[in-house]
Design a binder for this molecule. Structure first.
Ligand code: GDP
Ligand code: MG
Length: 685
């Protein structure tokens, strides 16, 4: 197989608030791009697909990290993005490897909490996006209001390329403003797309809206601006080209619409993925660094001839063995090839390369830069690791994963399962970097930690489903952190008999509070003339170890500096410096004032208006800070933030307050100082 032309690859994802229709849109996409179109070979009139969307087991194909489909002689890698905010990390990691995204909105609800969260994340990675206003067939569907909420809540400039014909029951098709055509969908599952001239009664409206589109694009693209200012007709080809350039800058967002459930509007969405979303060539150079010397930057161009550089963005464990999904940024990968994991300093081997399609795996011989596919063979590589050529070690920027906010004890139902449980937990942790497992120091219990109750619930179910292990879990607990209130310096002299040998060391340490979200920074500024660099390094390690272990809880948002130290001529060792620095750190942290931090969640509750009172007072009772509310359709949406510790079992509580009519979503919003009574209960009991 010849190497694919990079300009014909699209790596994209679909992101949406839960229930906006991501799964339905994805299923339609897989159906329309099914076998008949596979890999650019069009078999006219071939056998009927064996997996109509309704028959297909929901979600199976969609949960594959990357599914390859074909459309208009392009290879489209559809990257899975999760549908629940408990899995923020999944969104982060998919955004890292996809080049563009389709954001699905519900035409009745407009922009919802999660669409906003994900939109902001996509902003951070400058991901070009298309907006798809779905569910135009629902009663209350309002295209204009949805556009308005995209503009207002997301602050986005939109380019309406398609608009609906009718709404609700009267929604029959879409108008292609660029081509000036009415598009209808018929035949089996809307497979047959027919295009006809704009009906006379819509003609003026379409011309007006098209003119508006041309102006918007011209405002964002110099090429089109010239034509536009010259005053001539802007033809469809130049308008699409201008819209593509503007979309790639992630400053302008094309809007399409439809009703996936009614099979309306999905094929134009696929056309738009090809027409407007970036190819790996458009994304261009990414930056990595020398794993040994992080300050040495290494530009990675999507060049098939360069040494291999790939990012492992997802590990999937299943019955057929582990699949490591990679985005290949440079080079060519072949079966049997050796790879190097610089984080672990380990070699891995590609036993097999596989592409996942809707319902099958296709082994492939090779893959080139820009592509996304799965490897079989790597054993130790974890999510977020770089895999590269040993001859050119490089580390891509690691994927940022938030710290777990909730933990619980877990134990196997039978003692015989104990080892298997630990092994399974370790595998799950390799797959999912926001899932941690540790042993409790005093009780020896196994503790699992993650991003929310649902997250841990899902993992517990996987233990049973994928590993056949039954486990009991304890009550969920919030993961606390600590920081310091101010700045303090302490010098500590360590002196002890260890293994019959006198050991001593003196270390001077400073701790300083840093801004929220800045993590833990430990460094040494000790001069080599004052302190042997070997001892300085040991001191840094000792201080870091003490800070990570924390004064009861791991410490964050502080800077720890080893200022200096003194070694004894014969009785000093690295171990002594570690111990001295650890003790100096603890004393300094206490002197600077310890502050307990607890996780807070951003929450959005959608409730019928008559339940606003009880829902609000319940939230206030839980210590929520409310930020306001708004009307969405005939529902009221309440925004606020609330300590996670007060939200256990909230889904049951809010259901019973509203006879099951309210919905909510919650996402981690960082750590804040815990109220004194919480701190008191935890630290001094
Ligand atoms: P997801 O949570 O974003 O994956 O949303 P789903 O695709 O699971 O859809 C949520 C619900 O909305 C399901 O009951 C779908 O049948 C329904 N739905 C999806 N698309 C449409 C649509 O275009 N029109 C209508 N009326 N319902 C839809
Ligand atoms: Mg879904």
């Amino acid at each position: 197989m010849p190497a694919p032309d990079l300009s014909r690859i699209r790596n994209f994802g679909i992101i949406a608030h839960i229930d906006a229709g991501k799964t339905t849109v994805s299923e339609r996409i897989l159906y329309y791009t099914g076998k008949e179109h596979s890999m650019g070979e069009v078999h006219e009139g071939s056998a009927k697909m064996d997996y109509l969307p309704e028959e297909q087991e929901r979600g199976i194909t969609i949960t594959a990290a990357a599914t390859t489909i074909a459309w208009r002689e392009h290879i489209l890698n559809l990257i899975d993005t999760p549908g629940h905010v408990d899995f923020t990390a999944e969104v982060e990691r998919s955004l890292r490897v996809l080049d563009g995204a389709v954001v699905v909105f519900d035409a009745v609800s407009g922009v919802e909490a999660q669409s906003e969260t994900v939109w902001r994340q996509a902003d951070r990675y400058d991901v070009p996006r298309l907006c798809f206003v779905n569910k135009m067939d629902r009663g209350g569907a309002d295209f204009e209001a949805t556009l308005e909420s995209i503009r207002r809540r997301l602050g986005a400039t939109v380019a309406v390329a398609f608009r609906p014909v009718g709404a609700g029951d009267g929604f029959t098709g879409v108008l292609d403003l660029i081509a000036r055509e009415l598009v209808r969908f018929g035949g089996e599952q809307g497979r047959t797309v027919t295009r006809e001239p704009v009906p006379i009664e819509l003609y003026d409206e379409v011309e007006m809206e098209r003119a508006e589109l041309v102006e918007t694009v011209a405002n964002h693209d110099d090429g089109l601006a010239e034509r536009y200012l010259a005053g001539g007709e802007v033809d469809a080809v130049s308008l699409r080209a201008g819209l593509r350039r503007a979309t790639l800058s992630a400053k302008l967002f094309p809007v399409l619409c439809g009703a996936a459930l009614r099979n309306i509007g999905v094929q134009p969405l696929l056309d738009a993925v090809v027409d407007y979303l970036p190819s790996p060539l458009d994304v261009g150079i990414v930056e990595g660094h020398d794993p040994e010397r992080p300050e040495r930057r290494i530009p990675i161009a999507p060049d098939p001839g360069a040494p291999v550089c790939a990012l492992a963005f997802k590990i999937l464990t299943d019955a057929h063995g582990d699949l490591t999904f990679v985005r290949l940024y440079a080079g060519t990968l072949e079966q049997g090839q050796g790879l190097y994991n610089p984080r672990l300093g380990k070699h891995e081997r590609v036993m097999r390369l596989v592409r996942l399609h809707a319902n099958e795996r296709e082994p492939v011989d090779r893959a080139t830069a820009g592509d996304i596919l799965a490897l079989m063979g790597p054993k130790a590589t974890a999510t977020g690791d770089t895999l590269c050529d040993k001859a050119r070690p490089v580390a891509l920027e690691p994927i940022r994963f938030p710290a777990p906010v909730i933990s619980m004890a877990i134990e196997p139902r039978t003692n015989a399962d104990r080892d298997r449980l630990n092994e399974a937990l370790a595998r799950l942790a390799r797959e999912d970097p926001t899932f941690r497992t540790t042993q409790h120091e005093e009780t020896g219990q196994t503790i699992i930690a993650g991003m929310g109750e649902l997250h841990l619930e899902v993992l517990k179910n996987r233990l049973t489903r994928d590993f056949g292990i039954q486990a009991n879990v304890g009550a969920p607990r919030v993961s606390y952190r600590q920081t310091v209130a101010g700045t303090a310096e302490v010098a500590h002299h360590f002196e002890r008999l260890i293994g019959g040998k006198q050991q001593q060391a003196t270390v001077r340490v400073r701790v300083e509070a840093q801004g929220s979200g800045s993590g833990l920074l430990v460094e040494s500024v000790a001069l080599p003339t004052e302190l042997d660099p070997r001892y300085a390094a040991a001191a840094v390690e000792g201080a870091r170890f003490a800070a990570q272990g924390g004064m009861g809880f791991p410490m964050v948002d502080l800077r720890v500096t080893v200022l200096g130290g003194r070694a004894h001529e014969t009785e000093s060792s690295e171990t002594a410096f570690q111990a001295a620095a650890g003790a100096a750190f603890q004393a300094a942290a206490e002197k600077a004032g310890l502050v307990l931090l607890e996780p807070v969640m951003r929450i959005e509750v959608t409730t019928p208006s008559e339940s606003v009172g009880p829902v609000t007072s319940d939230l206030v009772r839980r210590g929520a800070v409310l930020e306001g509310d708004e009307l969405r359709g005939d529902l009221r949406v309440i925004h606020g933030s609330v300590p996670l510790s007060r939200m256990f079992g909230y889904s049951t509580a809010v259901r019973s307050l509203t006879q099951g009519r309210a919905g909510y979503s919650m996402e981690p919003a960082g750590f804040v100082p815990a109220p004194p009574e919480v701190a008191k209960g935890l630290m001094f009991s």
